[in-house]
Write a protein that binds this ligand. Structure first.
Ligand code: MIC
Ligand code: SF4
Length: 642
């Protein structure tokens, strides 16, 4: 059979199931990554599984999100994670070493391998031709324990790149164009495989900008072939041995094809408050900007920052702009330090932040009230910057540089000749901040500070479910709405009782209190519920508040998996028009839910308040039904062990 790249990798790792669109497959996982904000839970879950050492080829625990240490909490988490990595046989990337996706690309990614990570931007690794998928922490814990990763076989879409990018038009513009065309739910249930004559001209870090932001399309993952460019990149990282060629078979099948003529693109920008609100930079030129930040796992590579430094060299940041840079990795920062580009940025007046997620997840650098902030990041959800009424725009480092100089949104093509940045043949290699696993973890004591609270478990699904619609929300609700992050809330990730007080805080600050008083209930939502991050706290914390089901028009992939993992039923309205008929506070009853929950079966729900019945559906497999009935994956594991 002629195969595309995704099929080749899946087939090589297939443990069970059929590679047919919409069917559940189980694959073996070669590598896992966790980051600190999701990793504490993932390691607590790994502990609960009772496996003494990780069983993957490589598991690594990164510290990159919670590095703003305003209290003891984050440092407590770091200490816990370091001791857990040592005990269980994972690598540990210390704080300051960089953002998980950037460091993983540089130091660990392998073409043809499978990677799951407890972070939605794990598909960044697809730039190397690996099948890299974002997942909830519990799925990652199971993979660390040697268990399979289950996924619904996605459609595989070829993104056929032809032509050549014009000066000042870059990788970010390619992915913004895809977001403009497909929207934030256009990738749900799909893998985007990049091909065509335009691929060869893109370096691995440029490909990574694209695969990274495939997450914003809701895609399962995105990937590129592994070619001469991949080899060059791995060689520069002193890892040529990890290279192998990987391409699709000529004439293989794709479920659909999207054509992009690179030569026809121009600089693009996403307007507030969704990454798909994309227009040409030209269209909004002149808009006054208050803050410009270059960084995040999307655009903080050596080339990104060298480009910025080249444009700003010998110039000054506009007097009304606060400009900042957060390098993606210590490697990038060190190289800029050694070659003088860092000095150029400092001389220009750019503020230098550590190699970490930082402002991308609201850990510092919250803009002023109502400010316009232009970022090279991937998400511009309302409030994510830490300032509720700030307006976040997303664009390339080139567009960012232009705004830093002019104080307004400016088409970078007006800056004259575009800088040409060549990637060095050899990058600075120093893995000294990555602690390798020890031989045996037997004697290692896990350090549990006051911030590490015990892992909560859900209760079994009762026979009948009864309760109120506690909240009715619209389309594209993000996990940042459900379980916000930022400097105040992110440090509470290991403390469920504390963090659950903030569930839905940006939409309805009374929610947590109401849910607790009502003894739980239901959520009603429009399309694409739970888009965005992989944070399982957006399922865990509602579970803690007693939420037993979410009824939506449709769900985002990772969030749906997380709901199932924590025993919350993800249900879709059989008739989407019922959405308008159902109101917040309506009392619902799912009688004999345990009996009604059969693969493919519709479930009848009684709206007691309106004295009407309506139907809901679910996409759960028999395995997932058992998980939900048991009260989540950990319970399911426990019961099955006995
Ligand atoms: C994000 O970009 O939203 C995060 C923070 O990296 C999340 C993970 C988290 O919430 O810890 C993600 O993308 O999965
Ligand atoms: Fe970190 Fe932002 Fe990337 Fe999430 S999107 S991993 S917060 S840099």
């Amino acid at each position: 059979m002629k195969m595309n790249i995704a099929q080749k990798i899946i087939l090589k790792h297939l443990l069970s199931g059929e590679m047919k669109t919409g069917k559940e497959v189980a694959i073996s996982i070669d590598q896992t990554l966790t980051q600190d904000a999701t990793g504490t839970m993932a390691f607590l879950q790994f502990e609960a599984l009772g496996i003494p050492r990780v069983k993957t080829k490589l598991s690594i625990s990164y510290i990159d999100h919670n590095t703003l240490q305003t209290g003891f909490e984050n440092a407590d988490d770091h200490r816990f994670l370091q001791s857990a990595a040592t005990k269980y046989g994972a690598y540990f990337s210390r704080p300051g070493n960089g953002i998980c996706h950037q460091v993983h690309l540089e130091r660990f990614g392998v073409p043809g391998a499978t990677l799951i990570g407890s972070d939605s931007h794990t598909p960044t690794g697809g730039a190397l031709g690996m099948l890299a998928i974002g997942a909830g922490g519990l799925d990652v814990a199971v993979a660390m324990a040697g268990g399979p990763f289950y996924l619904t076989m996605p459609k595989i879409v070829l993104v056929n790149l032809t032509g050549k990018l014009k000066p000042w038009v870059v990788a970010k513009d390619i992915i913004l164009e895809l977001l403009r065309r497909l929207t934030v739910k256009g990738g749900v249930g799909k893998i985007f495989e990049f091909g065509g004559t335009g691929v060869a001209g893109l370096t691995v870090p440029e490909r990574a900008t694209i695969t990274n932001m495939g997450a914003e399309l809701g895609a399962t993952t995105s990937l590129f072939p592994s070619d001469a460019e991949t080899r060059r990149f791995l060689k520069s990282q002193d890892r040529e041995k990890s290279w192998r060629a990987l391409k699709s078979d000529p004439g293989c099948h794709y479920d659909s094809v999207i054509d992009i003529d690179l030569g026809a693109l121009e600089p693009m920008i996403a307007k507030p408050h969704q990454p798909d609100q994309v227009v040409t930079v030209r269209k909004i030129e002149g808009l006054k900007v208050d803050q410009v930040l270059v960084g995040s796992c999307t655009n903080s590579s050596y080339k990104d920052l060298m480009t910025l430094a080249a444009i700003l060299k010998g110039k000054k940041v506009h007097p009304l702009i606060s400009a900042g840079v957060a390098p993606g990795s210590r490697q990038v920062l060190e190289m800029l330090g050694r070659n003088g580009a860092l000095a150029d940025l400092i001389a220009a007046g750019v503020r230098i932040f550590e190699s970490a997620c930082g402002a991308c997840i609201g850990m510092g650098q919250a803009p002023a009230s109502g400010a316009v902030t232009l970022r090279t990041f991937n998400r511009n959800f309302q409030g994510r910057s830490g300032t509720a009424d700030a307006q976040i725009y997303l664009a390339s480092p080139e567009v960012a540089a232009a705004a830093i100089l002019t104080g307004q949104i400016t088409d970078p093509r007006k800056l004259g000749k575009a800088p040409k940045i060549a990637l060095p043949k050899k990058m600075v290699i120093d893995d000294g901040m990555i602690i390798p696993p020890t031989r045996s973890g037997q004697k290692i004591q896990i350090v549990r500070g006051a911030n590490i609270k015990p892992l909560p478990l859900a209760s079994k699904m009762p026979t009948d479910l009864k309760g109120q619609i506690l909240l009715k929300v619209s389309d594209n609700i993000t996990t940042d709405h459900i379980m916000p992050a930022g400097a105040k809330i992110l440090p509470l990730r290991s403390n469920l009782p504390a963090i659950s007080q903030y569930v839905f805080a940006p939409i309805d600050p009374t929610f947590a209190e109401r849910a607790k008083n009502a003894g739980g209930g239901f959520i009603l939502s429009g399309e694409n519920y739970g888009q965005g991050s992989s944070r399982e706290h957006a399922a865990l914390a509602p579970m803690y508040l007693g939420i037993k089901a979410v009824v939506a028009k449709s769900f985002a992939r990772i969030h749906m998996a997380n709901l199932i993992n924590f025993g919350i039923l993800p249900l879709t309205l059989a008739n989407p028009q019922d959405y308008a008929r159902l109101k917040q506070n309506d009392e619902l009853e799912f009688s004999d839910i345990r009996g009604q929950l059969q693969p493919g079966a519709e479930i009848v729900v009684r709206n007691i308040t309106r004295k009407k019945n309506f139907a809901v559906r679910h996409a759960l497999t028999q395995r997932q039904i058992m998980v939900v009935l048991a009260g989540g994956t950990l319970n399911y594991f426990k019961y099955n062990k006995k």
